[in-house]
Design a protein around this ligand. Structure first.
Ligand code: A3P
Length: 309
């Protein structure tokens, strides 16, 4: 059942430590926090709209040694449990193999997945279940420049029928800056993960680098995963994980998700996949304001983003 515009406007999240999260996630918070990470887990970590689906497909292709058919075994959102995700059951979209009756993906069932497990999260370092810090597992973080991330999230909010209506671009601009979007502030998220990158086994990648030189970045992921694939396989992975291929691929383009959840006639999930689309959205005044806020919020950090290719 689609939400009416009125209901969308009223759709409410709940918060943990001031960070908006889906209500079902918050309702199952104790269980999520009790998740038992294992030393051979690989956790894919991103702020929403930073190229999560892209890195998931890359990781799966590497894991399957470049076997395209094996990567077609299921839609991408069901191949890797999304550890904090929970939602009420939807009749047209049953969820993953790991989902429990409450709609929670992260359960004892996912604890029974064969190792090495590949998992996904959008949680900030502050909210991650504590066992991840003591398990010595691997983290693969992908960061995307804040402006493109914000634009991508805006269009995702518009098409995602179970998120609150983002309002106009100008309204959403303020919401994003204030961090009152699902999974919270981009600034805190990226800073948090960047600052601990040398203390844990973290491969920190940038969306913009993946666009510029996908083969080099895929090689880094391969080495991080302890795999050794030959040149021809690597080239196949580069090709199969291009924006154009993933946009056509029903296993990655979310076309199997009912329109009542994701309305791709409003904006496609695989939308543009470029660096610098923010220039088509930000006014000059918004750009100046954003740059000033960015300076304040990211002060003292050494992270550097590429804003155009
Ligand atoms: P745009 O909205 O800017 O097009 P996530 O998977 O974290 O939700 O991120 C979605 C964003 O990643 C979308 O950005 C989507 O188009 C982009 N994306 C997905 N696959 C991609 C690929 N193979 N190459 C480049 N961008 C990709």
């Amino acid at each position: 059942m689609a939400l009416t515009p009125e209901l969308r406007t009223q759709a409410k999240w709940k918060e943990i430590a001031g960070i908006p999260l889906g209500a079902a996630t918050v309702d199952n918070w104790n269980q999520i926090q009790a998740f038992r990470a294992k030393p051979d887990d690989l956790l894919i970590c991103t702020y929403p709209k930073s190229g999560t689906t892209w890195i998931q497909e890359i990781v799966d292709m590497i894991e399957q040694n470049g076997d395209v058919e094996k990567c077609q075994r299921d839609v991408i959102e069901h191949r890797h449990p999304f550890i904090e995700w929970a939602r009420p059951p939807h009749p047209d979209y049953p969820g993953t193999h790991y989902v429990d009756q409450a709609g929670l993906e992260l359960t004892e069932v996912s604890n029974e997945m064969p190792s090495p497990r590949i998992l996904k999260t959008h949680l900030s370092t502050q909210l991650l279940p504590p066992s991840f810090w003591t398990s010595n597992c691997k983290f693969l973080y992908v960061a995307r420049n804040a402006k493109d991330c914000m634009v991508s999230y805006y269009h995702f909010y518009r098409m995602n029928q179970v998120l609150p209506d983002p309002g106009t671009w100008d309204e959403y601009f303020e919401t994003f800056i204030s961090g009152k979007v699902y999974w919270g502030s981009w600034f805190d998220h990226v800073r948090g993960w960047w600052e601990i990158r040398d203390r844990y086994q973290i491969l920190f990648l940038f969306y913009e680098d993946m666009k510029r030189d996908p083969k080099r970045e895929i090689q880094k992921v391969m080495q991080f995963m302890g795999k050794n694939l030959d040149e021809a396989v690597l080239d196949r992975i580069v090709q199969e994980t291009s924006f154009e291929r993933m946009k056509e691929n029903p296993m990655t383009n979310r076309s199997t998700v009912p329109k009542s959840l994701l309305d791709q006639s409003i904006s496609p999930f695989m939308r543009k996949g470029t660096v610098g689309d923010w220039k088509n959205h930000f006014t000059v005044a918004q750009n100046e304001k954003f740059d000033e806020i960015y300076r304040q919020k990211m002060k003292g950090t050494s992270i550097n983003f590429c804003m155009e290719l």
